[in-house]
Design a protein around this ligand. Structure first.
Ligand SMILES: C[C@H]1O[C@H](OP(=O)(O)OP(=O)(O)OC[C@H]2O[C@@H](n3cnc4c(=O)[nH]c(N)nc43)[C@H](O)[C@@H]2O)[C@@H](O)[C@@H](O)C1=O
Length: 344
């Protein structure tokens, strides 16, 4: 009998490998002994990205997730046991101005992937990245796997389509497809246009006394201008977790005997004001003096509050977050201080 050590390495294909989640997931799978393939567009791979440090450790297959032929070629080349579909137009706030592209990448591309797998490697297990944005303006206090969807932006509507198609392909073709409905998750690798990283950056600028920052915001203005950080809607609350914990959940989801969907979130919601307070307090500043709301940055519609009920993930997967909100925000602020130090 073949021992575990003689067993061939499992093969995983990650779409969206250049992003925050893709890069952490690739690291996790390498640690577990997988042979890791990443599907990326040439222009994403050849510029600095979250997975650049994995050059030589993972195999990059060039292609675009919105092209069925690229997906079919990638699954033929990688011959994966597991596929993690993380590629996405990941900015709900931008999805109004990029609605068709958002539908293509976040909706149709997932179906093209399911088709490519169905015809080329039907036994591969697929993890699909769904999002808490799908719940939209919900009246349910804690959102679980049974909470109805009520999307309020093009991003969320496209995610609902892909999520439902994942279930339809699973049931119709008996494929192993499982979706993780992930709540907001952040890290030192998060791009600057997401709120927690923007706030961490603002706090770091305060710590270093940078009044006009080198990086620019959604409006092309310095993120910190004349010592102030411009944000949008200050009245939101989010269930924010730490991204490396969330990619661990993705892997756990695909190790289950049967494919089912899971909510992944911490179960705790924090207000934007909590976020600012923790970040600015960590550098000894009062956020109220440093942050203001710019109406141009307020989205037309959005969920006011999200909070996960992760009971199923805890009971079935044994998953729990390991890094709490304060620690995560502290790490992000420190990382931004290190990054900005050479501008001072
Ligand atoms: C679950 C979900 O999580 C992420 O999407 P997101 O929630 O849009 O992330 P964010 O950090 O851009 O916004 C969080 C909240 O913060 C509010 N907010 C206020 N003022 C600013 C502001 O100035 N900038 C930004 N970006 N947001 C602001 C904003 O209106 C929103 O209510 C993605 O991973 C996505 O892929 C995903 O699936």
């Amino acid at each position: 009998m073949e021992s575990d050590t003689d067993a061939p390495a499992k093969r995983a294909l990650i779409t969206g490998v250049t992003g925050q989640d893709g890069s952490y997931l690739a690291e996790l799978l390498l640690e577990k002994g997988y042979k890791v393939f990443g599907l990326a567009r040439q222009e994403s791979w050849y510029r600095a990205n979250c997975a650049s440090h994995l050059t030589g450790k993972i195999e990059i297959l060039f292609g675009d997730v919105s092209e069925g032929i690229d997906l079919a070629t990638a699954v033929q080349d990688a011959k994966p046991d597991e596929i993690y579909n993380l590629a996405s137009q990941s900015r709900p706030g931008e999805s109004w101005s990029r609605a068709p592209e958002t539908l293509l990448v976040n909706g149709l591309a997932a179906v093209r992937l399911f088709e490519a797998v169905r015809h080329n490697c039907p036994l591969a297990r697929i993890y699909h990245a769904s999002s808490s944005e799908m719940f939209g303006q919900t009246h349910v206090e804690r959102q679980d796997e049974h909470t109805p969807f009520n999307p309020v932006n093009p991003y969320a509507a496209a995610k609902v389509y892909a999520h439902q198609m994942a279930g339809i392909y699973r049931d119709s073709y008996n494929m192993y497809i499982a979706s993780g409905i992930l709540f907001n998750h952040e890290s030192e690798r998060r791009p600057l246009h997401f709120l927690p990283q923007k706030v961490a950056y603002g706090a770091a600028c305060q710590a270093l006394e940078i009044t006009n920052s080198p990086d620019r915001n959604e409006r092309g203005r310095p993120i910190v201008e004349d010592g102030k950080l411009a944000l949008g809607n200050l009245q939101v609350s989010r269930d924010w977790g730490y991204a490396p914990d969330f990619v661990r959940a993705m892997w756990m989801i695909l190790q289950q005997d049967q494919p089912t969907d899971f909510i992944i979130g911490t179960g705790l919601s924090h207000t934007l004001q909590d976020l600012c307070e923790v970040a600015y307090q960590s550098v000894g500043r009062d956020w109220k003096k440093c942050v203001f709301s710019d109406p141009v940055l307020v989205r037309p519609l959005e969920p006011r509050k999200t909070v996960a009920d992760p009971t199923k993930a805890r009971d079935v997967l044994g998953w729990q977050p390991s890094v709490g909100f304060e620690e995560m925000v502290g790490r992000m602020v420190k990382a931004q201080i290190r990054r900005l130090q050479h501008f001072v």
